[in-house]
Design a protein around this ligand. Structure first.
Ligand code: SF4
Length: 463
């Protein structure tokens, strides 16, 4: 189950990893299938027309999560890690105007967004609640190619076959520390004398150079930090119709004023953590560039926690960023492997809860925690998110998501602090907590799993 740090932390655009980045990647992948895939190609004619249907949670909250834009961008050949907002707007406007998609290296395909992108609220595909079907047709209307993809959380995409393989995956791993759960991770740390972050580093450099790993981690941090700066600089209303105002910039200004005038603030830690996290998630909600950590909806927790460390810990060093991110990704990989990081699968406990556990582990590690203390920190943070539902109002990643990131960061710092007061022994293991999260998510009514059919989404009147 080895999952690279760069699979969990992916640079992309908002507002959702499962509903924006995943569908965008799926669109690009379908284009690749058309050109290079193994399917019977008629000699006389080729693909002239494409259509797509969205199912389950992608249909229910796809409009609020910009899945429609994401599909168009993916089919236009754009990448979530590099497309700019103006390029995206121009590409989407062109498709709506011309009713054609013209990706590089392909002929122009007929695609009318109004009729060729279908939100199917009736049919849930069998593999996962976030299902998509892509169709390619010949000029006479014959269907030439059909592909089903699932967006399985955190921007990951799986075909039907890949999903089946993942579900019974027990493949041996070609890495020096192949831990699949927290118990194995602690045993290996004990035997090797290495920290969790160091074991994760060894696993990563089994497949890349140490320099490439360091450069990649700093790129991830640069984008996280930029998303905070951009969030502080921006103002006005977020898109989508809820008229939610950006608040992070004003809160930041107030905190800076208090700082400059030496005004005591007994809530300083909470306020800064909330401001950092909200800045990232306001950027995410506006379609800006963020890092999945482990998802877009939960993208603010880890940058907020790490920023708080860098700004307020007297001995903080930038060299700790790598250890933080590697440790956090080790915990995220275990959670994804044994439960889920997807709100559509297990509710918000899988998104904000996982992010908080990852952040708590990363912080405990750079505070000098032992592997047992790090595991304890992750467990405390996750335990106190158990049962949290996903019920975004209007299907937008705004309420409760933006503030919830700040709460996740505050819990992460508290969890790390609490764990560091002990010696790592504790009652509930991280593995037991992850198992509980997975089971709770499976038992959770589908209304509370990113469909906006229950919870706040139905009890708050949209203005
Ligand atoms: S409620 Fe949580 S899981 Fe649902 S969209 Fe918001 S952040 Fe993601």
């Amino acid at each position: 189950m080895f999952l690279s740090v760069f699979e969990l932390f992916k640079i992309g655009i908002g507002p959702s990893s499962s509903h924006t980045i995943g569908p965008m990647v799926a669109g690009s992948r379908f284009l690749d299938e058309i050109l290079n895939g193994d399917w019977p190609r008629p000699a006389s004619d080729g693909v002239t027309h494409i259509s797509v249907s969205l199912h389950g949670s992608l249909a229910f909250t796809g409009k609020g999560h910009a899945t429609d834009r994401a599909i168009l961008l993916g089919l236009a050949g754009k990448s979530p890690s590099s497309v700019t907002r103006s390029e995206a707007d121009a590409a989407i406007a062109a498709i709506h105007k011309e009713k054609k998609i013209s990706p590089n290296g392909h002929p122009a395909y007929d695609f009318s967004p109004d009729s060729d992108l279908v939100f199917d609220y009736e049919t849930i595909l069998p593999g996962h609640t976030n299902g998509m079907i892509f169709f390619a047709y010949a000029a006479d209307g014959r269907m030439l190619l059909k592909r089903v993809y699932y967006s399985i959380g955190g921007g990951f995409i799986a075909s039907e076959e890949e999903l089946a393989k993942q579900q019974d995956a027990s493949a041996p791993q070609n890495v020096p520390f192949p831990f699949e759960n927290a118990d194995q991770m602690l045993q290996m740390a004990n035997q090797s004398g290495l920290s969790i972050g160091s074991m994760k580093r060894e696993n990563e450099i089994a497949d890349m150079s140490a320099n490439a790993l360091s450069d990649g981690l700093m790129d991830i941090w640069d984008v996280m930090e930029s998303s905070i700066v951009q969030g502080f600089d921006a103002e006005g209303e977020l898109p989508g119709g809820l008229k939610v105002k950006r608040r992070a910039g004003k809160i930041h200004e107030k905190l800076l004023d208090d700082w400059r005038s030496n005004k005591p603030n007994p809530l300083l830690a909470n306020d800064w953590l909330q401001a950092f996290a909200m800045a990232v998630n306001e950027e995410n909600a506006s379609g800006g560039r963020v890092v999945t950590a482990p998802t877009n909806g939960a993208a603010g927790v880890i940058p907020a926690t790490l920023s708080y460390y860098l700004k307020f810990f007297p001995d903080a060093e930038k060299s700790s960023i790598e250890e933080f991110l590697l440790t956090a990704s080790a915990i995220g990989g275990i959670i994804k492997h044994n439960a889920s990081i997807s709100g559509a699968e297990v509710g918000c406990q899988g998104e904000i809860g996982s992010a908080s556990a990852m952040a708590a582990a990363g912080l405990a590690a750079i505070m000098g925690g032992t592997p047992a203390q790090v595991e304890n920190a992750a467990e405390i943070a996750l335990e106190h998110h158990l049962g949290m539902t996903c019920d975004p109002i209007g299907g937008l990643v705004q309420i409760p998501c933006i503030e919830r990131n700040g709460m996740g960061a505050i819990k992460a710092v508290s969890a790390a602090s609490l764990a560091m007061k002990g010696d790592g022994t504790h009652f509930v293991s991280l593995d037991a907590c992850i198992k509980t999260m997975g089971e709770t998510g499976r038992d959770m009514n589908a209304r509370y799993k990113e469909t906006s059919l229950g919870g706040l989404a139905v009890n708050v009147v949209e203005c």
